[in-house]
Design a protein around this ligand. Structure first.
Ligand code: UDP
Ligand code: MG
Length: 321
């Protein structure tokens, strides 16, 4: 097949402090490209403001290999935004998003490509096991997915990460999502198109440390729910409705009792309990409303999502390896 007629596949790698894994990843990607000669590959690294040698390593790779492209962001923006910077600049006929830490095996990509050739637009990898994760993380993530799924009609993909192949038209669709607080996993579902799931064993991190902790994960979970659905607002209305109804019935009961049975109007404890309960419910509802207002505030600022410090396109190399 001639050079020009080969389809181009962009491999998008967000990387934040990944100096230990970049070379092994690059080697595995190189092997993949060699074993899959029917496609031309671009390896697009997004350096998300790393403070270690990530940038230097990527730069050196790009100097030797014309397939390597990179974007150096002006600071650390987080994975969601880093991915967006990549999607904005990936110009392949298909784009594969893959973690730098080799938790997502690049060897799965040929299978993704074959489904893509069969006409699927979004081939995503679903974890068949979660080795290397604590039971607490497994349980919290399961609960979260269930909660999210109950609150929306759009099917949520469980146990999938961002490891997936996207057809050009999915990439073009995602580029139109310019919100600054992003929950990309929700967006993949939202855009629709023909989806195909493939199963894989997620490996433990090859080296380095996960950038997640429980605080950040909770944050992402709230982000996921609030950015995806307004169900919590409904919930607080529902709770308000139920509480009001119960209160009305109780008042009716008290009045009848006082009028016809002249029982003492007693109860310091019950009064206090009711006041505290209502106070709690009100604060909770305010908090929920606050979450949405905060998002409105952030989105109305309409800031750019990221700034690029340096962009190096593929196909512009000094020396061929
Ligand atoms: N990442 C990033 N910016 C960040 C945090 C993470 O680009 O601020 C990248 C990271 O380099 C890796 C991917 O996102 O390629 C997934 O990160 P990590 O392995 O820490 O997450 P986990 O696999 O534990 O969910
Ligand atoms: Mg990881």
């Amino acid at each position: 097949m001639s050079q020009a007629s080969r389809k181009k596949v962009s491999i998008l790698v967000p990387a934040y402090n990944e100096q230990e894994v970049l070379i092994p990843l690059y080697e595995r990607l190189g092997k993949l490209a060699k074993d899959t000669p029917n496609y031309s590959f671009e390896f697009l690294f997004i350096n998300d403001g790393s403070r270690d040698k990530t940038y230097e390593i990527i730069q050196r790779m790009a100097g030797k290999d014309s397939r390597v492209a990179y974007i150096n962001l002006s600071r650390n923006f987080g994975k969601e935004i880093a991915m967006m910077a990549g999607l904005d600049n990936a110009d392949g006929d298909a784009t594969v998003i893959i973690d730098a830490d080799l938790q997502d095996p690049p060897e799965l990509i040929p299978e993704m490509l074959s489904y893509w050739e069969d006409g699927y637009d979004d081939v995503f990898a679903k974890r068949s096991s979660r080795t290397g994760e604590t039971w607490l993380k497994k349980i919290t993530s399961k609960t979260f997915y269930q909660l999210l799924q109950r609150s929306t009609r759009i099917p949520i993909q469980r146990d999938t990460g961002d490891f997936r192949l996207l057809d050009k038209r999915c990439v073009l669709a995602l580029r139109q999502f310019r919100e600054s607080q992003r929950y990309t996993k929700g967006m993949f579902s939202w855009i629709g198109y023909k989806k195909k799931e493939i199963l894989y064993e997620r490996d433990p991190r090859a080296a380095g440390e996960t950038k997640w902790n429980y605080l950040k994960l909770t944050d992402l979970a709230i982000e996921g729910i609030v950015s995806f659905t307004t169900a919590p607002l409904r919930l607080s209305s529902a709770i308000g409705g139920i509480v009001s109804l119960v209160a009305f019935i109780y008042i009716f009961f008290l009045v009848i009792r006082a009028l016809f049975f002249s029982v003492d109007i007693a109860g310091y404890t019950s009064t206090l309990a009711v006041i505290l309960f209502l106070g709690g419910v009100q604060l909770l509802s305010l908090g929920i409303i606050g979450e949405y207002i905060a998002r409105i505030f952030n989105e109305t600022k309409n800031r750019p999502l990221y700034f690029i410090e340096e962009y190096h396109a593929s196909g512009t190399h000094q020396k061929k390896s």
